[in-house]
Ligand binder design. Sequence first.
Ligand SMILES: Cc1cc2nc3c(=O)[nH]c(=O)nc-3n(C[C@H](O)[C@H](O)[C@H](O)COP(=O)(O)OP(=O)(O)OC[C@H]3O[C@@H](n4cnc5c(N)ncnc54)[C@H](O)[C@@H]3O)c2cc1C
Length: 499
Amino acid sequence: MDAAVIIVGGGPVGLSLALGLARYGTQSIVLERKPEPVPESRAVVIWARTQEIFRDWGVYDALRAAGAFTTTFRAINARTERELIRLDWTVMGDVVADPGVLVIPQNVTERVLRELVRANPLCELRTGVEVTGLRQDTQFVDVSYDDGNASHTLRGSYAVGCDGAHGITRHLIGLTLEGITYDTRVVLSDEVLDHDVDEDALARVRLDHPQLRAAIRFAPRTWRIIAPVGKDGSTEEILSEAAHKQRLAEVFGEGVQTTTLWTSLFQIHRRHAQRFIVGRVALAGDAAHLNSPAGGQGMNAGIQDAANLAWKIAYALRGEGDGDALFESYDIERREMITGTIERFTDRLTRVAMGFPLRAKQMAVRAMSRAVRGRGMQRKACRALGMLSGRYTKSPIVDARHPLAGRRLDDLQLPDGTRLDTRRAGGTMIVVAGEFALDLPHVVVPVPPKRWHVKLPVVLIVRPDGCVACVIEKPTQEKIERAWEKAFCSTIPLPQGAA
Ligand SMILES: Cc1cc2nc3c(=O)[nH]c(=O)nc-3n(C[C@H](O)[C@H](O)[C@H](O)COP(=O)(O)OP(=O)(O)OC[C@H]3O[C@@H](n4cnc5c(N)ncnc54)[C@H](O)[C@@H]3O)c2cc1C
């Protein structure tokens, strides 16, 4: 065996998976075609849920240092310069530690992830190599690649295709991306302005344009323009200098000079593979699902796939219990999250932004703008955008009878000032809420928030990805032992020792 896991593709998802596996002591080799990271900005935001995953793995600080963190998301009307939407992330302080938006272009994210992978002794990154084939049996996966001079084969216990929308892994395991391609196409371009416009705004939106016109700032004076165009019109016409200048004027007004970093016309999709696992091969990121860029969820969703998969592979490899069942739960859980939460959310945003007639769109944005002035709606919006909602209800390893089970557990502040996630540190955890004497290592939450809907005393079993596997009301030691076995398919022994 060359490595426990062979990762095909070293984009943000493949690199994240390598770091996640390393967090659980598992070695991997990443095979990546491109010698250098992508040159374009692509995904420009790392949302709260992804931030906490990186924090769990001890790699967040490097990303945070390379990006720009903000606790306020402010969007303005690009014509009137009046504020449309302001989200104050600090309202989420009881749900996530250090709530906010990390603005960081994907080329920087990939550069930092590559550095972290290269510095980690459990990870190996081979660049400039092209994966060409894959064979698997019940124990191993053999991945073939070409380095430009010769062909090689690597053997691993598992392989994960993180090779993007056009990757080879999905084809090699007989799957396709099914779903829809939207009628609307989108022109994206990155622009460096000669002088900045409203420096406090993260987004500018034209509400009076029949199609949406929007811009997102992702670096000083540097903006991403987003302009949907209908299905008619030739590519040459749409990407012409005149049309480009008009889009700039629509978003920034007349008189702003820009340097265009890149521009492109895209088709947008809502698609996912029929399965995310075949045998010992899994798919993650764009190789498994494609969403509309509305809401900036694509890359984040892929990194969250990696967070679900990393600990499962690591524990499955220990050879105890039913490792196959643990590994296979990735398919059920992530397909449910993608189709039930992420596709729905991005689809709704896409239809409002690109499908609604002008008047309906204006009304929807104004209604949203009014609604999010209230704290409750602020929290709801931050939860949705920050990818803090969503639930695994169909998973065989989640006891979904209680509404808290299958959800990410709030990162509460404890009476001693520490946070739940710091105590868990990317591992498993038993949480006791209320008064219950338990002779196992656990963390006590004396008064849980009402939104947990728990009857005290209650015991929660929390997984390494921060998800609640089981809520045990009227707890007993025997119930806890049974729930623990189910949550981890008996791959992890119940921790022993002092409480
Ligand atoms: C213009 C644009 C704007 C976007 N904006 C956003 C946004 O605002 N927010 C957001 O969250 N997402 C956004 N996305 C989507 C985001 O970029 C993707 O979701 C993300 O890159 C997916 O990461 P990945 O690692 O799964 O795939 P990729 O980034 O596609 O990486 C796959 C990697 O696999 C490698 N590879 C492929 N085949 C092989 C092979 N045979 N052998 C070896 N290596 C191989 C590729 O070279 C590549 O590096 C945007 C995408 C684009 C194109």
